[in-house]
Design a protein around this ligand. Structure first.
Ligand SMILES: Cc1ncc(COP(=O)(O)O)c(C=O)c1O
Length: 449
């Protein structure tokens, strides 16, 4: 066949969608924040990373996964009286929407946190992240609804709120982790604009990203204000086990008026790969016809249309871990908590040796947890992070990522959870060199102008 005889096939140009016509969240920079850090870490594998908020991996154990699964199935058979077949079905079949380890979680909360709630108010979720989405989705009735969040805010909350079409209004954190006067101001300002502040989101213990912890009195004052001003408190507390020697009660443990929706995660205390978290939502919801329904049941309805149910296999692993440790994850995490304390001390000591007082670099000293915040004399943005990773061999997180609006432009977050004592000095040397070079460049520019 000659070329001319060849049948002509028209190749249509590939179909294109317009970003501007997809959900607004997809064009929001907050949605790419986590990816940016992953990508930088992949591109500069040699750089010392103070960026990842992931738990230490030294204690991950594949054998423990099998052991915990067996322990949970054994519990079903021996303590719950299930037949072999029913136990197998419980773990391998589609399951109850609100989860299968809700009773163990409720008992664990009583043992570890002094939180006394009925098991029916616990919804087992695919990580705490899903829990946030379920709650925000349920709270958003119309365009007048907004959620307040202590700012800087965990990016997962900002992202979940974007997906739920719920605007986030920042509240200042102040030195104690929450500026109550600003909270009052923000509530009044939102209402003056015709908006309805539904809830305040915060991380009360060694927060991500600030490392701040609310003092006891402030916790009480917040609960009193929530009752007075009629809003819910969304308490996210994945780091409380690592919050230092002096234990402060969680907001939910102090909550006598069912104002607090408590969000929990097993990612830091058991196994992030299991992707198991939970929501405690013991609030009653009036149905308008004289009856009431538990908020947890309504969250279950949202969940039934998002993830159907949290993997029962993953729940069984977490359930087995809880059983193995007598329902207490505080004791089970003693060793890893000591490792985080050591890392934090190493980093604080390294900073003190490199940045003398009055030199323009300062930082907070959290009670524990994964994070601390450095305030520096130059602008901190993604371009500086790229330069830091490529030329100075050190990765961290610009704090501006954690502000729904403006803020954090001269701050960076250091994470200590995966710090390696062998490289911490190299990383902090890189950071010191970067900041010194920036200061020198600023002085040169000032001298020229
Ligand atoms: C404050 C906070 N909440 C929630 C999460 C996510 O929890 P999960 O992995 O259970 O979704 C994190 C993880 O880094 C976090 O820092």
């Amino acid at each position: 066949m000659s070329r001319l005889e060849c049948p002509v096939t028209l190749v249509a140009p590939p179909h294109q969608l317009l970003l501007a016509e997809l959900h607004a969240s997809l064009a929001d920079p907050a949605m790419t924040s986590m990816n940016l850090l992953n990508e930088i870490s992949i591109r500069y594998p040699e750089a010392v990373s103070f960026a990842a908020g992931r738990p230490a991996e030294q204690f991950f154990e594949l054998d423990a996964v099998h052991r915990h699964l067996d322990r949970y199935v054994d519990h079903l058979r021996t303590e719950r009286g299930l037949s072999e077949e029913a136990a197998r079905r419980q773990v391998l079949q589609y399951g109850r929407t609100k989860g299968i380890i809700h009773e163990l979680i409720a008992a664990h909360l009583a043992v570890d946190e002094g939180i006394e709630v009925p098991a029916e108010s616990v919804v087992v979720t695919v990580g705490c992240q899903e829990g946030m989405f379920l709650v925000l989705r349920a709270l958003r009735r119309g365009p007048e609804d907004v959620v307040l969040a202590v700012s800087p805010t965990y990016v997962g909350l900002t992202g979940a709120a974007l997906l739920a079409d719920l605007p986030v209004r920042p509240v200042a954190d102040g030195p104690d982790g929450l500026d109550l006067a600003d909270l009052r101001r923000q509530i009044a300002a939102a209402r003056a604009e015709g908006l309805r502040p539904r809830a305040l989101y915060l991380v009360p213990d060694v927060a991500n990203p600030s490392g701040a912890s609310l003092p006891l009195e402030l916790r009480r004052e917040l609960l009193a204000l929530a009752a007075e001003e009629d809003f819910l408190v969304l308490e996210d507390n994945p780091y409380c086990v690592f919050a230092g020697e002096e234990r402060l009660p969680s907001l939910k443990a102090l909550d006598t008026g069912r104002r607090v929706v408590h969000l929990g995660s097993f990612a830091k205390t058991a196994l992030p790969g299991a992707r198991v978290g939970y929501v405690v939502a013991d609030q009653l919801v009036a149905d308008g016809a004289g009856g009431t329904v538990l908020l947890a049941d309504l969250l279950g309805m949202v969940k039934s249309m998002t993830t159907v149910n949290t993997s029962p296999i993953a729940q069984a692993v977490i359930g087995g871990a809880l059983l193995e440790h007598g329902l207490s994850l505080r004791a089970a995490n003693a060793e890893v908590a000591a490792l985080y304390r050591r890392n934090l001390a190493l980093v604080l000591d390294g900073l003190a040796r490199r940045f003398p007082p009055g030199g323009g670099v300062s930082w907070n000293e959290p009670r524990g947890g994964f994070f601390l915040v450095l305030t520096v004399p130059c602008t901190v943005d993604d371009a500086l992070l790229e330069l830091s990773a490529s030329r100075y061999g050190v990765i961290w997180t610009p704090m501006s990522h954690f502000y729904p609006g403006e803020g954090g432009e001269r701050q960076l977050r250091l994470s200590v959870s995966q710090v390696d004592p062998a490289t911490v000095d190299r990383g902090l040397d890189g950071l010191a060199a970067l900041l010194a070079d920036r200061s020198r460049a600023a002085r040169t520019r000032a001298a020229r102008s």
